[in-house]
Design a protein around this ligand. Sequence first.
Ligand code: PLP
Length: 406
Amino acid sequence: MDYNALFSRSAQVMQPSPIRRMTGLVNQPGVISFAGGMPNPSTFPEHDFKAILDDIVETDGCRIFQYGVTRGLEEFRDLLVQLLAERGVASRREQLMITSGSQQGLELLSRVLLDPGDVVLVELPSYIGALACFRNTLAEMVGVAQDEQGIIPEALSATAARLRAEGRRIKFAYLIPNFQNPSGITIAPERRARVLEIAAEHGFLIVEDDPYGELYFRDTTPEWLEPIKARPGGEAVVYLSSFSKVVSPGLRTAYIAAPEAVTQQVELAKQAADLCTSSLDQRLIFEYCRRGLYARHLGEIRDFYDAKCRAMLFALDQCMPAGVRWTRPKGGMFVWLTLPEGLDAEALAMEAVQQFKVAFIHGAPFFVDGTGRNTLRLTFAKESADKIAEGISILGEFFKEKISKL
Ligand SMILES: Cc1ncc(COP(=O)(O)O)c(C=O)c1O
């Protein structure tokens, strides 16, 4: 049987994640890994979860093992209304929807918003998991440049004008404003306001993906991170956030805040996708927040990742040769490196992990326009400060040698 002939047009454009492809090599014993994008498991609150689990099995009995409503637990959505209000986002329970991770939110939004040939504007670079959702709908992704202040409004405006002049239909711009995966870049406040204006001018939506916003470091004030959705004119923004990076990604619990008409449509898509998000996962996270444990935990993990980020930036300052540039994130989990033109980070990633047992992810797959071959992503989430120093020192020597041969 020719199975390939059976696959849908959508199936034929699906691509394996380059990160997953590296997983086998990265997980070998002794490898210092700056690859992957997972939170550090030592931050997961296993003891609190055990206590909560005991309590809810005792009080709720079998109910927590039952199906739930598609939109998610009512009392949890009420709690999220308050949590969003603390970020400046005004919402009502009817506008909120719990999803099985933000990844599902992105997939459902793609399904309800995109037809083949529609255009999605994305940052250069952008999150691979979202690009996969957009690609699978046969939409076209068009990249917009960013600098250290985030997406460049003039580039966004010029790209939108050009596409509209060509008769293309732009459905939305997908933005990760805080400590972006993969670049670690944050969109400056004045640009957030400008982006809203441009979207209104050209009649497209903004999908604001914010799984890292709570993970800000010492030097950052939360006001600086005010969501695009919280700004005047931001009511139409579709905002996603998740408990994956800040509590646990194994409990697949995230949420969307959107105009009610969008939430209703996403609900229909979710009914077909999985009926509902795990009742148990939702209950655990809900109780974790309700008991005030989430707020305390956030303080702890901000310090935890801040220390690791400082260790990585210090090591980069000490060890990287001239010609290498990198971002200085104020939160999140990632630093982004740009090597001199002519170096191929994919080949270097293979060589570094095989010969020196240091792993990172090459940058090209995060770009939709075929650029970025000389870029790479480092996460500081996994390794200790000592291992970060050791790994960066090895990479510094490695890149120095490669640059000397250019
Ligand atoms: C920018 C971004 N959005 C969404 C996700 C998906 O997260 P989850 O589905 O675990 O909520 C990730 C995970 O790496 C991410 O980096």
